[in-house]
Structures are given as structure tokens and as C-alpha cells.
Design a binder for this molecule. Structure first.
Ligand SMILES: [Zn+2]
Length: 489
């Protein structure tokens, strides 16, 4: 699964709020906590068997060329159901990126944790997860749940001073939450609402949380909008937020549904391997990055330019004793992660093959070390000996280069389909379906499929079987989270 990671980087001051440090009476922090607790009905939150918290997040994905404001951006819906008194949780997401859906759920109960991947209906047992370490992010994203934490950790709370925030007077309080740096919150003097929180993560990162557009739901004030900033850069905007307490339909939220089976054993990809998959073809790599080397009479062509290409080229040369020059390096698409090894390839004198929309980025990349590198743009297709390199449009990217080696029937691609398991069928997601459609247009008869993300070669029939079994409705198990899901936005 290609999860969407948000990195929080570097340090800077934020939002220019004005501190007015006042001499506080000793019981001032208790008065503020009382005000917050009354406003958010913390008694009720503390008695709840389940608290369901729903939201829709908008992420920016620059790699997918989204450029408009956050309201138009890629959507991730999240549904969290928490039993905070028993540290049970169900945290589910459904993400739509470039018309593909990713759907998963983490579950915690009785000190154990699991992760469910809905496309193949597999569950993985998670190792030693700390409840606050993992679900603290959910608590921090809701001001109501934060109010509950403040009340329950009141012994750790300290009054800092008064501050203006968005033109309103606030009190600033700091308190402790397990497995987190201290939380600094701003509480509105007039209403007891939490408007803002920040915490210093690591040496230099300020992560800031904004809670706004309050409305009352189920008797509790809920910030309809919420944003998280890392050092002043907005990481996402969250909208359409709902809080539901003790809903009967959430009673079984911490169970794993019948028919969800343990994930089969994965192929061990931890060591660098050089594997011959056909005459003149070697698949080389480790962890998440692989390159396929195809040798011809004139030289070697490589597909798969993820980071670490120089190591893979060296392993290939050492283990095969093939010392023909690298003539061509195929960069599959415009995503930075799939071209990071191109500078290594360019420095050997190889010609880089790119899609038109990857050209700018590849030029910028090689300018750092091989400004004279040869770059060739493939609009449709080109042949290098027995190898055909073709440009196809899929859900993964508008243009992707794939390669087909006719004599061996080897088809090479990345980011659409991987052979993941030792003794079980691999599953397809939406990009694989669109790749299959694109390849059907060619007069090719593949026998073997390789991925620049995984070690094992698979039969083409396994790919086609997985594609045919993919459920295009993307509402697995008719889960609440995918009901009323906007299509095609
Ligand atoms: Zn890509």
C-alpha cells in the first residue's frame, strides 16, 4: 500500500499572536479548565461508551499536479470511533487520489492492534502500539476530545498568560498528554472554546492546530473546520466534521468483520537481490526499489529509477559479470520518487527516456550533476532492439513509460501492480485496472510482469486475474465511510 505520508519539517515562528503576560491568581488555571469543561460537556464525554468523530480532509498532492485551493484538492474521509475509557479505537480512512481509492482501518482493543486493508480484505496484526502514541493524533484533531484530555490531566496544567487570537481575547494554558510534547492551548475568554493548540515536536518543529467554525452537534460544540500546520505550512484542511456520542451502530466498532482474513506472508525484500527472470533480464534491488536490467548486443537498458540506482547497477554488474555500457535508463513517470536514481544513470552516460510531463523535473535533477545528460522524450513509443518502450495513460499518472521485451514476454512497470506474497495471489487496486486497459491496446502477449517496487516476478495471468477480481464500487463491506462518497471529484 502506498500510504500518504505528511512530513513535518524545520522551524519558524507562527501567526504573530501577541503575548500579554499577566500576574495570574493561583486558581486561575482551574477556573479556565472549569470553563472549558462546561463548554464541551466533558462529563458527558467522559461517560461515553463510544465517541464517533467524522471528517473530510483535503490534502495537497503536488506530485499529482493539483494546484487549486484546498477545497478542490484530493479528499480523504476519516471515521474514528473511540472508547477512551477502555482505550479501544477504530480509525478508518478512505482516500481518493487521481480516481483511485485507498481504504483501510486500524483497530485497537484489549491492548492489541490490527490494521485492515479493505481492497484484499486482509488484516495485519500491529506490533506493540501505544494507544496515545497512535490515536493521540485523533484526539488532538478534535477540540472536544482535547477539552476532555485537559480536564483529565488538570494536575499537569499551567497558566501561561493572556493572548489575542483572531481579534479575540484568550487565555493560554499548557498541559501534558501521554506520548506527546506539552500541548499549549488558547481558550476564548468569552466562551471557553479552544481556538488553537500547538506543540513543539523534536528540536525545531512547531505543529499548530486551528479549530474554527463551531457548531453544536449532539449537544457538544464541534469545530466544523480544522487545519494542521507544520512550521506555518498547512498540511491539510479538515471539513464537514461530525461528533456522535453513544450511537448504537458503533457498538461493534472494535470488532474485525467476519471474512477478513490474516494477510499472507509477504516476500522478504530486506536484502539486495539479483534475480534472473529470463534470458538477458535481471531484476535487482531491495526494500521498495528495484530495477530491471535488459541486456542487448549493444548494451544494457534499465527500468526503475527509484532512489539507490547506483547500488543496484553495481550489484547487477558484480553478480552477472555483464560489463556492457548502460545505454538507456527509463524513468517511468513524473513523480520525484520514481526518478531519484536518474542522476546515477545519467552519470554513466546513459540516455534518459522520459514522459513529456517529467521532462522539466528530470532536467532540473540532472543539472545538479550531469548537465550534459542526453534526455529523450517518448510521446508514443520507441524500440531499443527487442525492447519496446511505450507511453500509457493510467490512474497513476497521465503518462507512464512501460516496457515490453518480446522474446521473453516480460512486461515492466511501476506503481500499478506488485507481487507481494510468497504463496498467495496478489491483489489489484484501481491503477492496475487502468494499466490493463491501456496495455490491451497494444499487440503484446506478456507472460511475466515485473514491478520496480517489488522483488518477485509474477505471471501475467496473475495480474489479469487480480484485475478481474477488483471491485470497482470501492465501497467495501458497505462501510459507512464510503456511503454518499462523491465520485470523480
Ligand atoms: Zn509514479
Amino acid at each position: 500500500m502506498r500510504a500518504v505520508a505528511m512530513m513535518i519539517l524545520c522551524g519558524c515562528a507562527m501567526f504573530g499572536s501577541v503575548g500579554i503576560h499577566a500576574q495570574a491568581p493561583t486558581n486561575q488555571v482551574d477556573q479556565i479548565i472549569d470553563r472549558v469543561s462546561a463548554a464541551y460537556k466533558v462529563d458527558r464525554l467522559n461517560q461515553a461508551s463510544t465517541i464517533r468523530f467524522e471528517e473530510e480532509r483535503r490534502f495537497e498532492f503536488p506530485d499529482h499536479e493539483y494546484r487549486s485551493n484546498f477545497h478542490e484538492l484530493s479528499t480523504q474521509r476519516q471515521h474514528h470511533i473511540l472508547d477512551l475509557n477502555n482505550q479501544s479505537a477504530s480509525s478508518e480512512y478512505l482516500t481518493q487520489i487521481a480516481n483511485s481509492h485507498w481504504h483501510g482501518r486500524s483497530v485497537a482493543k484489549d491492548g492489541k492492534s490490527w490494521f485492515i486493508l479493505y481492497a484484499p480484505q486482509y488484516v495485519q496484526e500491529a506490533e506493540d502500539q501505544d494507544f496515545y502514541g497512535y490515536y493521540g493524533r485523533v484526539i488532538r484533531s478534535s477540540a472536544a476530545l482535547l477539552a476532555r484530555e485537559l480536564f483529565n490531566a488538570k494536575d499537569t496544567a499551567k497558566y501561561i498568560g493572556e493572548e489575542m487570537w483572531m481579534g479575540k481575547q484568550h487565555d493560554k494554558v499548557t498541559f501534558e498528554m501521554p506520548n506527546s510534547p506539552p500541548l499549549n492551548i488558547l481558550v476564548r475568554k468569552d466562551s471557553g472554546m479552544i481556538s488553537y493548540m500547538d506543540r513543539i515536536v523534536g528540536e525545531t518543529s512547531t505543529v499548530s492546530y486551528i479549530y474554527e467554525k463551531y457548531e453544536v452537534q449532539d449537544g457538544i460544540p464541534v469545530a466544523y473546520e480544522h487545519s494542521i500546520y507544520g512550521n506555518g505550512i498547512r498540511l491539510f484542511l479538515s471539513l464537514d466534521r461530525k461528533l456522535v456520542i453513544d450511537d448504537q451502530s458503533d457498538k461493534n466498532a472494535f470488532e474485525i468483520e467476519a471474512g477478513i482474513v490474516p494477510e499472507p506472508q509477504r516476500v522478504d525484500q530486506s536484502a539486495m537481490t539479483v534475480e534472473k527472470t529470463a534470458d538477458n533480464i535481471f531484476h535487482v534491488g531491495q526494500n521498495e526499489h528495484y530495477s530491471t536490467f535488459i541486456s542487448t548486443n549493444d548494451g544494457v537498458v534499465a527500468f526503475g529509477m527509484g532512489p539507490g540506482f547506483a547500488d543496484r547497477l553495481q550489484a547487477y554488474r558484480q553478480q552477472t559479470a555483464i560489463d556492457l555500457p548502460l545505454t538507456h535508463a527509463i524513468i517511468s513517470d513524473h513523480h520525484r520518487g520514481e526518478m531519484a536514481g536518474a542522476l546515477d544513470a545519467a552519470s554513466t552516460g546513459a540516455t534518459l527516456l522520459v514522459t513529456p510531463d517529467a521532462l522539466d523535473r528530470v532536467q532540473q535533477l540532472v543539472a545538479q550533476g550531469s548537465p550534459a545528460a542526453q534526455i529523450e522524450t517518448i510521446e508514443n513509443q520507441t524500440a531499443i532492439g527487442d525492447l519496446v518502450v511505450a507511453n500509457v495513460s493510467t490512474a497513476h499518472a497521465g503518462s507512464n513509460l512501460v516496457a515490453f521485451h518480446e522474446p521473453s514476454g516480460t512486461f515492466v512497470q511501476t506503481a500499478h501492480f506488485s507481487i507481494l506474497y510468497n504463496n498467495a495471489a496478489s491483489f489489484a487496486e484501481f491503477p492496475a485496472v487502468t494499466l490493463n486497459d491501456a496495455v490491451t491496446k497494444f499487440d503484446w502477449t506478456p507472460k511475466i510482469i515485473l514491478s520496480a517496487e517489488s522483488r518477485k516476478a509474477g505471471p501475467w495471468q496473475a495480474f489479469q486475474k487480480a484485475v478481474s477480481e477488483f471491485d470497482p464500487t470501492a465501497c467495501f463491506r458497505n462501510r459507512r465511510i464510503c456511503q454518499n462518497w462523491r465520485q470523480g471529484s
